[in-house]
Ligand binder design. Structure first.
Ligand code: 13P
Ligand code: SF4
Length: 312
């Protein structure tokens, strides 16, 4: 405990905050779900660390009364849609994925008018309003599988154009892609990846499908964040270039300590807004509860259930 002499405010040290979070978690029967991109410190209070699909699955399966979601808004909304009766808290209420705002329900309605026979698949990185207009959601772990599970020959795929490029060679269906993108992944250049590749000639390149097509093309594997962990574990190779958010390297080092990982300087500032203090405050005061308008609830949930039913 540190006391500020001027203000009299008492600050807790990280270890004390962690202990208090753990105590409150038990007391309140809460579960803490943490996305792979969160800071290492947040991993310490996690019940489950994972990618969007794993965390959605965990949210659907939990028997805890409260869910604290350390990630961004669409993830906490997803947890709420799958748990209408539970309290879902987003510790940092302003942590918001910019890509999710690149499409809205009116634009989907317009696309449906232009392509009346097409089904709509929305990436889970969307708000509840977009999900409610969709036939199914998908994550980076199961995008092609979801597309192929639908009977329609045409698929309107929103909002990520790069994920759409990843799906196209994996389906016979016509993909009508929306030009959205993740500002963190879309900014990674081919030159940045080539530069590391030139220095680490034997390293395997693992890239996230939110990266541009030219990066997907030079990657050895294009996969979700958690699939990167399984690839690194299964592979006989010892070195990996990780083309996604910077923190994924910490996660891989924790999970596969015997191998070497080289990252890209790509930071998702929205993910990094969550701090141990904000997790403690949210849990203690049960604040920043996620609310979803009633009119959207069932439709948005249906699209998510389809995603979980298809699996990975
Ligand atoms: P994952 O589902 O692969 O974790 O990706 C989520 C995300 O937002 C990546 O930018
Ligand atoms: Fe959104 Fe990109 Fe951040 Fe993922 S990395 S949460 S897609 S801004």
């Amino acid at each position: 405990m540190i006391k500020d002499d001027d203000s009299g405010v008492v600050f807790l040290k990280d270890g004390e905050i962690i202990n208090e979070i753990k105590r409150l978690k038990k007391e309140k029967n809460a579960i803490i779900l943490v996305h792979n991109y969160q800071n290492k410190k947040i991993y310490k209070v996690a019940d489950i660390i994972g990618d969007s699909f794993e965390l959605s699955k965990a949210a659907a399966a939990t028997s805890s009364k409260m869910i604290v979601f350390c990630g961004v808004d669409f993830m906490a909304e997803t947890a709420k849609l799958l748990n209408p009766e539970k309290k879902v808290l987003l510790p940092e209420s302003s942590a918001s994925c910019p890509m999710a705002k690149m499409i809205c329900s009116e634009e989907i309605k317009e696309l449906r008018k232009q392509h009346p026979k097409a089904a709509v698949v929305s990436y889970v990185n969307t708000n509840a309003e977009t999900k409610a207009e969709s036939d199914a959601c998908c994550t980076s772990a199961n995008a092609a599988k979801v597309v192929n599970s639908l009977p329609n020959a045409e698929i309107i795929f929103v909002p990520d154009k790069n994920l759409a490029d990843f799906v196209k060679p994996k389906t016979e269906k016509k993909i009508i892609a929306w030009p959205g993108f993740c500002c963190v992944h879309d900014r990674i250049s081919l030159e940045q990846v080539q530069e590391i590749k030139n220095k680490r000639k034997n390293a395997v390149v693992l890239a996230h499908p939110e990266c541009r097509k030219e990066i997907q093309e030079i990657a050895d594997f294009v996969c979700s964040t958690s699939q990167m962990i399984s690839k690194a574990k299964e592979s006989e190779e010892k070195e990996f270039i990780i083309v996604t958010e910077k923190n994924m390297v910490s996660r891989l080092m924790k999970e596969v300590p015997e191998k070497r990982f080289y990252g890209i300087n790509a930071v998702c500032r929205q993910m990094k807004k969550t701090t141990l203090q904000s997790v403690l405050d949210a849990l203690k005061h049960e604040k920043n509860e996620v609310k979803i308008p009633k009119r959207l609830f069932q439709q948005a949930r249906n699209a998510l259930e389809k995603m979980l039913e298809v699996g990975v």
